[in-house]
Design a protein around this ligand. Structure first.
Ligand code: HEC
Ligand code: HEC
Ligand code: HEC
Ligand code: HEC
Length: 394
């Protein structure tokens, strides 16, 4: 297994530090966290790391075990005691929090589910084992799950002692909670655009009578927390330094290719298109698409692979690699929308480059990255060509 790039390590480290700083009680581990967990939980240097990031002790999983003896296991659960303020005032209750991850996509069986040094076991079996144990120690049981809703419902159905399931897996909806057995199932919104709140109403016997959910939109009206701001700024500086260092270390053999001379690339670059489509080129040059890389440079994230994908041509599709090796394919150019055009440039004619709208736009103009996107208002700002795309039915 290759080690994670330094910038990815740094980002993950700051996530763990941030959770600690903001007084989280627990976080679940998903299969995609494992390459990082391996670095975090290796026995070598473990004590120093957990001292720097005490939150590591609150990363829970009941279905991950180390597959070798160089690694520590994450805690299967944590228990937090709280004193009630209302209802049964002054009463103490213990809240047990455990976690489960789905298997990796397309895998099944024990052997296939060893990944990055960890054995991922069947989450349903693991739940049946851990929940009764936790019930002995806690009054309220919360399961954090990285899985889809159908699987979460099965966990609830098979484990009647669970009070709440908090799920995540690229699901962004603000649906009403679901109820299975005693459990209330809620999902968190990804990218922290919303803060989910679940309130427990507890009766005089100390049992939960009701759970009420709401989402608070973290929009511009909510001011940034100065401490959070500082953390983000420091983290940002650290990982952009890593990225800049990595970019400088790119082997010298991969020198920038002269425009148009890289015959291996399927992509020709906008300057080539301009030789025949001057009019479209002049329109495009004035759009923000033509300056999308400068936007990243302003943020100092031009080397961040989590960002460049939508700000360039053909990333991870044989196009843009990095500003050092393929600067001519930076920015959202003609071929970001029309597809690779080297063939067409050599052999022009009709039939190349049909762009479906708005689907072709929303690959990049996703809800998180372009919340205001609306084809009817956006297309006029970049429109070219003779077709009237805004006519009804087109
Ligand atoms: C050597 C000249 C030349 C180059 C270079 C060139 N094109 Fe074309 N392109 C043409 C011609 C000629 C047509 C056909 C026009 C017609 O018949 O209406 C065309 C048509 C198109 C069409 C419309 C296809 C259709 O079915 O109507 C698109 C889109 C297009 N080009 C995009 C591009 C892009 C993007 C690039 C750069 C990657 C590019 N072209 C480079 C000459 C060129
Ligand atoms: C390859 C990804 C990608 C595709 C595909 C794409 N865009 Fe964009 N678009 C961007 C990026 C990135 C920006 C921001 C550029 C900047 O400001 O740095 C942007 C910005 C824009 C803007 C400027 C927004 C403003 O408020 O001025 C408009 C308008 C726009 N896009 C329209 C479209 C339309 C319409 C389509 C589909 C026909 C489309 N885009 C397809 C990536 C894309
Ligand atoms: C899924 C595609 C996608 C990814 C990934 C992406 N962007 Fe963008 N970005 C866009 C689009 C589309 C726009 C245009 C938004 C609009 O104006 O509607 C945009 C606009 C921007 C803008 C200008 C608008 C603004 O909000 O001020 C900045 C800055 C920006 N992106 C930075 C980043 C950074 C930093 C990253 C990585 C953390 C990133 N982008 C990752 C698609 C993407
Ligand atoms: C944001 C996406 C996007 C970008 C960037 C873009 N185009 Fe287009 N282009 C479209 C769409 C959408 C259409 C209309 C639908 C179609 O013909 O596929 C179109 C149409 C065209 C046509 C056909 C014109 C006609 O009259 O039929 C040509 C030629 C063309 N584009 C060339 C270019 C060139 C050259 C560039 C770069 C300088 C470019 N486009 C950049 C999305 C884009």
């Amino acid at each position: 297994m290759d080690r994670l790039p330094a910038d990815v390590m740094t980002k993950n480290k700051w996530v763990v530090k941030g959770y600690g700083q903001f007084l989280f009680d627990a976080a679940n581990i998903s299969y995609s966290d494992l390459p990082f967990l391996t670095e975090l939980f290796k026995k070598e240097g473990y004590d120093a790391r957990i001292e720097e990031m005490p939150f590591m002790g609150k990363l829970v999983s009941a279905n991950l075990q180390p597959a070798n003896d160089m690694l520590h296991a994450p805690a299967p659960y944590v228990i937090r005691e709280v004193t009630l303020k209302r209802g049964a005032s002054g009463r103490k209750i213990k809240i047990g929090i455990t976690g489960f991850t789905d298997l990796r996509p397309g895998t099944s069986g024990v052997k296939e589910n060893v990944y990055a040094g960890y054995q991922i076991t069947d989450p349903f079996e693991a739940a049946k084992k851990i929940i009764p144990e936790l019930k002995q120690k806690a009054d309220v049981i919360i399961a954090l799950v990285y899985m889809d809703q159908v699987m979460a419902q099965r966990i609830a159905t098979e484990n009647p002692d669970i009070d709440t399931i908090v799920g995540a897996k690229e699901i962004n909806n603000k649906e009403e909670p679901q109820h299975f057995n005693r459990a209330t199932i809620v999902y968190s919104f990804n990218q922290t655009k919303y803060l989910g709140e679940l309130r427990y109403y507890i009766g005089s016997d100390g049992r939960i009578e009701n759970q009420v959910q709401r989402f608070i939109e973290l929009d511009n009206k909510i001011p940034d927390d100065p401490q959070a701001d500082e953390t983000v700024t420091t983290a940002h500086q650290e990982f952009t330094n890593d990225q800049n260092k990595q970019a400088q270390q790119t082997p010298a053999t991969t020198k920038p290719t002269a425009l148009g001379s890289n015959l291996n690339s399927l992509f020709a670059g906008a300057d080539t298109c301009a030789t025949c489509h001057q009019e479209e080129f002049e329109i495009w040059e004035k759009t923000r698409h033509a300056h999308a890389m400068a936007t990243l440079e302003k943020k100092r994230q031009q080397f961040d692979n989590e960002c460049v994908g939508c700000h360039v041509v053909g990333f991870q599709q044989g196009g843009f690699q990095s500003l050092v090796t393929t600067p001519q394919l930076a920015n959202v150019q003609c071929e970001s929308c029309h597809g690779p055009g080297r063939q067409h440039s050599k052999n022009p004619g009709k039939g190349y480059g049909f762009m479906p709208t708005p689907q072709g736009c929303t690959v990049c103009h996703t809800v998180p990255n372009s919340p205001d996107f609306n084809f009817a208002t956006y297309w006029p700002k970049v429109r070219h060509g003779s077709k009237d795309l805004l006519k009804a039915g087109s």
